[in-house]
Design a protein around this ligand. Structure first.
Ligand code: PEP
Ligand code: MN
Length: 490
């Protein structure tokens, strides 16, 4: 490892300058030449998204930072290549659209939809190895690091990192995104029949009444808009039939991100430069570097070291970025991190995705809000709540099953809303792990306990389908949307 540059903010940035810094959660590839061949291939393939689309998200996130829109970032903890099926992608897309409708109704604000999708493969892990049962008995194997690194199957050979998986990740992301673009272009967003949403799972009569009244009002409002033609008032995009949907993933695999980094060309007819293009200084974002692996990527709580490789890579990107903020983040550290990642304090560039755990926001969040308010970033950041990652528990019935209690998730969201209100700040969005996927009989997954279906620990074994963290199911996700919608309106 080369020596550190004295200060990241003053040293020059290149898409590969992260290589001079320590890489947390590094993957040790046994064959460096094979990795190099893969990254060379990725470097000449088309970007998965375009700088123009990324700029559109930047503008929408600037609205979120200014309180003019609300951010809904949601999807799987870890996608698998086998998730790249139309039925599964549609289920995720539809759930995000339904939730955003409920939120728009409640918050009376546009919702910026960002999926953890089309590239959310890599996972940080707390342990490098684990013990598994194999035909030869109990064996120590490398942990599963995501489908773009190794295979889930619990055998030593399958768990070896294979760089070809990065290429497979690119092609699965591309196919997923192609399906999303096609579905949105063919009217999947025209879901405006709230009366057909089943609330049969809601056990409590009081909650049933409350949710039905939201659905009734939403249905009436949409019907009225259709009658007066207001749903088409602003032309093609942004109308109720067609919506923007952006992609995101954790920016963990820096070799992959570097290989998909492109310089915006700012010349007509070419949205970015390949290594053969002449350089140009024309255009709004020309010269800026974008990762074209997704519209936005986030920095994980385990890879946000100030002098680390991930911070170095992220600071040079023109993409808007997320920063996970866990309980160990100190106020001064957050201010320093923002200064490194966003020296110009661009409005909406950084989304602070706070994930403390139920009961912790009242003590941990106020000092962070105050420190940011006293910094150059007072008006530029988005405060977002991830009520999932601080609330992972093991099932009381089986210590090998991870779960989350719906009550803890709601508590963290409610606490976060209350703290922002108290501090004169604003919660700009939520970051959720969820899935609209159902099994062959049309039944939702059972990974988190509670919610209006009142799932118990006994229910978890019925349809536990995640390969990583437990996700809210279809009904629990709508429960959250209704609850948020209610709170944001209050
Ligand atoms: C995640 O979002 O899946 C994740 C691993 O989060 P964190 O970095 O906050 O632990
Ligand atoms: Mn997760």
């Amino acid at each position: 490892m080369a020596a550190f540059a004295p200060s990241a903010s003053t040293s020059s940035w290149t898409p590969s300058s992260w290589r001079t810094r320590p890489v947390a959660q590094d993957v040790a590839y046994p064959d460096a030449a094979a990795l190099e061949a893969v990254t060379q291939r990725l470097a000449v393939l088309p970007g998965l998204v375009t700088p123009n689309e990324v700029d559109r998200l930047r503008k929408q996130l600037a609205d979120v930072a200014q309180g003019k829109a609300f951010l809904l970032q949601s999807g799987d903890c870890a996608e698998l290549f086998s998730d790249c099926e139309p039925r599964k992608i549609d289920a995720k897309l539809k759930l995000s659209l339904l939730m955003s409708l409920v939120l728009i109704w409640g918050a009376r604000l546009p919702v910026v939809r960002v999926g953890r999708i089309a590239g959310q493969y890599a996972k940080p892990r707390s342990k490098a190895t684990e013990m598994v049962k194999t035909a030869e008995g109990e064996q120590e194997v490398l942990t599963f690091r995501g489908d773009n690194v190794n295979a889930f199957a619990a055998d030593p050979a399958a768990r070896q990192p294979d760089p070809q998986r990065l290429l497979l990740a690119y092609f699965h992301s591309s196919t997923t995104l192609n399906h999303i673009r096609g579905a949105l272009g063919s009217g999947i967003a025209d879901l405006h029949a709230p009366h057909s949403w089943s609330l049969a799972h809601v056990r409590s009569p009081a909650l049933q009444r409350e949710f039905s009244s939201v659905v009734d009002s939403l249905g009436d409002a949409l019907h009225f808009m259709k009658v007066v033609g207001a749903d088409r008032a602003d032309g093609v995009r942004g109308s109720l039939e067609s919506v923007d949907y952006f992609t995101s993933h954790e920016g963990l695999m820096l070799e992959y991100e570097e290989a998909l980094t492109r310089r915006a060309a700012g010349v007509p007819g070419a949205s970015y430069q390949t290594s053969e293009s002449p350089s140009s200084s024309e255009g709004a974002s020309s010269g800026a570097h974008y990762t074209l692996s997704a519209h936005t990527i986030w920095l994980g709580d385990r890879t946000r070291q100030l002098d680390g490789a991930h911070v170095e890579y992220f600071r040079g990107l023109a993409n808007p970025i997320g920063i996970k903020v866990g309980p160990s983040m100190k106020p001064a550290e957050l201010v320093e991190l923002l200064a490194l990642l966003d020296p110009k304090a661009e409005v909406g560039r950084c989304t602070l995705i706070c994930r403390f755990g139920a009961g912790k926001a009242p003590s941990l969040l106020p000092p962070l809000i105050r420190a940011v308010r006293a910094s150059a970033h007072a008006d530029s950041v988005i405060w977002c709540c991830d009520p999932m990652h601080g609330n992972t528990r093991t099932s009381p019935l089986d210590a090998s099953i991870k779960t989350r209690a719906f009550g803890d998730i709601v508590t963290e969201v409610v606490e976060s809303l209350a703290v922002h209100a108290q501090e004169g700040s604003r919660l700009g969005g939520v970051h959720l792990e969820l899935t609209g996927e159902v099994d062959a009989r049309g039944e939702s997954v059972t990974e988190c306990v509670g919610g209006s279906m009142e799932l118990s620990a006994e229910d978890l074994s019925r349809r536990y389908m995640t390969h990583c963290d437990p996700r809210l199911n279809y009904e629990q996700s709508l429960d959250i949307a209704f609850l948020l919608s209610h709170s944001l309106r209050a």
